[in-house]
Design a protein around this ligand. Sequence first.
Ligand SMILES: Nc1nc2c(ncn2[C@@H]2O[C@H](COP(=O)(O)OP(=O)(O)O)[C@@H](O)[C@H]2O)c(=O)[nH]1
Ligand SMILES: [Mg+2]
Length: 307
Amino acid sequence: MFEKLKRVFGSLVEKVSTQELSGAKLEEALEEFKLRLVENDVAFNVAEEIVEKVKNSLEGVKIGKFEDRKRFLTGVLRETLLKILQPEKPVNLLELAEAKRRERKPLTIVFVGINGTGKTTTIAKLAKFFLNHGFSVVLACSDTYRAGAIEQLETHAKRLGVKMVKHEYGSDPAAVAYDAVAHAEAKGINVVLVDTAGRMETNRNLMEEMAKIVRVSQADLVLFVGDALTGNDAVAQAEEFSRYVRLDGSILTKADADVKGGAAISIAYVTGKPVLFLGVGQNYEDLEPFNPEAFLDRLLPLPEGKG
Ligand SMILES: Nc1nc2c(ncn2[C@@H]2O[C@H](COP(=O)(O)OP(=O)(O)O)[C@@H](O)[C@H]2O)c(=O)[nH]1
Ligand SMILES: [Mg+2]
């Protein structure tokens, strides 16, 4: 997924290190680098920030050996990206579920995003994930809007052997979420996963309805689900959704397709919250925890040798 982005970073590091760029030449290389980042779905202001950090870090620094220069610049880039990707302490779903279980309360997670990004599929994957780790799960079908939504989630619920709480089409989605939480509390179920209808971030009523679902269910977490293939659109959606609800993190789906990868960085940046998982296919197992350190190891490997 991140090969293109890796080349963008790699070529800057090479260029600046081998040619010992400074002054106008450095400016030029950084401008070029910024453009390449933007082409790879890194939002413009994020790209600017990265470039600023690099520029500042190189100011007045004289580093002799090529390998040392390379290591230095790689380190600066990694540090800058890590700050963006890991804005605060990491969100660990299993630890949160465990903490709630000790309180004898369910962990309630609401999933939001526009149509077709993969919310329902991701919920099924996460249900499997929690079941695999010994937590019981109930699904709430708070998509009472789109034809077939209830049947789609129900198929997953049956396959996974978990209960799904549903109401009629057209009913209040917040009430469904509320009932699912009440059910979980009554039956001692550990995790409530709330599926919601896709909504355009431009539709104010639907955005307010989403806020109501979050409020009424007293959600512990609200996760934004974005389609990595849509790149900068997903970033703009995340930003807009976060105006209506507190987002606690994001999941980036369809990362198995040939996506550019910058969206992960940009979504973390605009929401100020981590990307928790990547969706990498249509099967239940196709969900990878997103680990910023491991991501950076792949994206910006430190040069061999001691540093
Ligand atoms: N390749 C791939 N397809 C996915 C992934 N996640 C979801 N999909 C597909 O995207 C489509 C829309 O998914 P759905 O869960 O219905 O989206 P929703 O409208 O947000 O609930 C379906 O065809 C899914 O199989 C993923 O990580 N990779
Ligand atoms: Mg859906």
